[in-house]
Design a protein around this ligand. Structure first.
Ligand code: GAL
Length: 426
């Protein structure tokens, strides 16, 4: 994935800002909401928003653009803006919200934040991302945990494995046992984003939360080009060896299907896979499929919060609809139903999780403990820890390493160099 050069990006943003001054032509009680939720579970969850807004007289166009991780959706968002099409809202996460704040295109949704008391009801770690220069410009809809390992119980039993792996060595031993029985040990590796998503918990397991923050939040070159990174890459290589090459180009939800239907033993994926298992009729934590913290990360929580930025609307009706949208996204009623389907948990910590599955209950409990114990880390692969170009540099480096014979040492050095270059772009 190529990152735009600094100058090109600045020009693009200038173009967008100029277009923002143009009157919008679209019917303003219709708002398009750009996202990348095209898997069955994701579409079902998104439909909750569409229906709840419809009941309030606002027509939401669910503008879902295929591509897990959202690279395509984010590109299309920029293109649309340059062509003069202003959406109502778009899925943008983490630090990237600040970059969008700079464009001057975002709507202030303080009124919704005040009505829902976001300051009080949403954990500070999440709430902070939503503000630009002290004003709310985005709203969170969910809280995903990334460091999970999903497994099919029958496949493990056939391979003679009694309990899911608790540490790295057990995981590797289990993968070998599944392979020896001629079954797929690990489903994954479909594209750069998926490779980075799998590497996310491997990195945390290898280096721990402090090192993880040095690398992915502070972008410290010494931590990146280090023996710890080499070790983490060696581990990614081990996983790659147990992942069939034929899965290259497949989506994360295809892989979830393999585990759900007993064709593969394991998948490393955030808990949007949890929603997809449910969608396929297989409840994680139930008799067929299990979830366990990624080995070695039971006390940690890599978080990923899906949030939406709002665009300034020119009509009073459009502005009113925007506030309603932000209010609805963060209302207990919406968050309960949406997150149940999505596999995640609500951002609102004070709502009860009645009817949620065991993995979601574990996720809430673990978020609260990890938050107290300083074991929460923002996911780099899901754009939570840093802005666009460095994230792209990490993903490109991992993709290059995974799909070639590059050595872990060379990959760690190349990663540090790529991240240094990316730091000079914004
Ligand atoms: C992530 C997003 C998740 C999930 C996943 C796959 O970036 O945060 O909610 O949708 O992509 O599409």
């Amino acid at each position: 994935m190529k990152q735009p050069a600094k100058r090109a990006l600045a020009l693009a943003i200038l173009g967008m800002a100029m277009l923002a001054a143009e009157p919008a032509l679209a019917d303003q009680t219709s708002l398009s909401v750009i996202n990348w939720w095209t898997a069955g579970s994701e579409a079902k969850a998104m439909n909750v928003l569409v229906q709840m807004m419809k009941a309030q007289g606002v027509n939401i166009k669910n503008d879902a653009i295929a591509g897990g991780g959202g690279a395509q959706a984010r590109t299309i968002l920029k293109t649309r803006l340059m062509e003069g099409e202003t959406p109502g809202a778009a899925q943008i996460k983490g630090v990237e919200i600040q970059q969008w704040g700079h464009t001057g295109l975002l709507a202030n949704v303080d009124a919704a934040a005040k009505a829902g008391d976001w300051d009080q009801n949403i954990p500070t770690e999440i709430d902070n991302y939503m503000k630009y220069k002290g004003n709310y410009v985005a709203a969170p809809m969910d809280l995903h945990r990334l460091n999970w390992l999903w497994y099919n119980r029958a496949v493990l039993t056939k391979a003679g494995i009694k309990t899911p792996p608790k540490d790295w060595d057990e995981l590797i031993a289990d993968l070998a046992k599944v392979q020896a029985k001629g079954m797929i040990p690990m489903a994954g590796g479909g594209n750069g984003w998926m490779i980075a998503t799998e590497f996310d918990p491997i990195a945390l397991e290898t280096g721990g939360p402090e090192w993880y923050r040095d690398v992915f939040v502070k972008l410290d070159a010494k931590a990146i080009d280090s023996p710890t990174m080499v070790k983490a890459l060696e581990r990614l290589r081990q996983i790659e060896k147990y992942t069939p090459k034929s899965l290259a180009g497949r989506t994360w939800n295809y892989d979830t299907g393999l585990v759900a239907h007993g064709q593969a033993a394991f998948q490393i994926m955030g808990d949007w896979a949890n929603g997809q298992f449910e969608f396929l009729g297989v409840t994680p934590g139930g008799p067929k499929v299990g979830c366990v913290a990624f080995p070695g990360t039971a006390n940690d929580f890599i978080y990923n919060v899906d949030s939406f930025i709002f665009f300034r609307q020119h009509s009073a009706a459009g502005r009113e609809a925007t506030i309603k949208l932000a209010e609805t996204m963060t209302s207990p009623k919406f968050q309960l139903l949406f997150n149940k389907y999505k596999g995640s948990i609500p951002d609102l910590m004070n709502v009860s999780l009645k009817g949620y599955n065991p993995c979601q209950l574990k996720s809430r409990a673990q978020f609260l403990t990890a938050s107290k114990e300083h074991n929460l880390v923002p996911s780099f692969s899901q754009n939570m820890s840093t802005y666009g170009p460095p994230t792209g540099a990490f993903i490109d480096s991992l993709d290059q390493f995974y799909t070639s014979n590059e050595s872990p040492q060379a990959a760690a050095a190349a990663m540090a160099k790529r991240v240094e270059v990316a730091k000079s772009q914004d």
